[in-house]
Design a binder for this molecule. Structure first.
Ligand code: 5GP
Ligand code: MG
Ligand code: MG
Length: 200
């Protein structure tokens, strides 16, 4: 049985996670990212393709800082089915807007192994995009499995499992306004509150 006071931890702000990037740092990083994207594209129209669901918050904060005419499309990709380990990559581009002959900027939350971005860059080219570049909030400081690298990166971070600002653990914590490191104690607390890990 969960002691009554631990229910306080069910509010994500109160999980006591280690903060990697606070709200001010994230805002500054996304502003600088937007500035580099504005500098690169100038006033040319841009089609932003966001990889759901992790880039949800970045999408909202970034496009409001972009100065060119913008179209927004989304694709879904998932490689972390319910846990912190990488699994099979699932992609759903069925609802994507037409990107033929468009300049596309793919945006994702984090570049980890790089397999998601590599796959989606190829998919966008196959769909007839004139040019495809990529922007991510985070790039993990580790060996990547692919040759390609994101064109625009807001932050390089250590190789730890992070949540918040769109990034989830078992579909939760996306609403944290800061980026936290999910350590073993946090995982234990999460499972005490929300039940054992689900394998989907
Ligand atoms: P990649 O294909 O580059 O290995 O992984 C990209 C995807 O894996 C990201 O879009 C994200 O959904 C997930 N991912 C990778 N590292 C992390 C992490 O530290 N935390 C969370 N929440 N998701 C991650
Ligand atoms: Mg993702
Ligand atoms: Mg995830």
């Amino acid at each position: 049985r969960i002691p009554p006071d631990i229910t306080a931890f069910s509010h994500p702000r109160l999980l006591n996670m280690k903060t990697l990037l606070d709200e001010q740092q994230l805002e500054r990083g996304v502003s600088e990212l937007a500035q580099r994207i504005n500098d690169h594209y100038g006033s040319r129209p841009l089609t932003v393709v966001a990889v759901m669901t992790g880039s949800l918050i970045l999408l909202a904060d970034l496009i409001r800082r972009l100065n060119m005419p913008i179209r927004v499309g989304v694709v879904q990709a998932s490689s972390y089915r319910g846990g912190t380990r990488s699994g099979e990559l699932l992609v759903n581009a069925a609802m994507l807007i037409n990107i033929r002959d468009r300049e596309v900027l793919l945006i994702d939350d984090i570049f980890d192994t790089g397999r998601t971005l590599e796959r989606l860059l190829e998919d966008m080219r196959q769909m007839g995009a004139q040019d495809v570049k990529s922007a991510v909030l985070l790039q993990k400081n580790r060996q990547h499995d692919v040759q390609v690298r994101p064109d625009f990166v807001a932050f390089e971070i250590p190789d730890e499992f992070v949540v918040g600002y769109g990034l989830d653990y078992e579909d939760m914590y996306r609403n944290l306004p800061y980026l936290g490191v999910l350590e073993q104690a946090d995982l234990d607390r999460h499972h005490a509150l929300h039940g054992p890990a689900i394998d989907r």
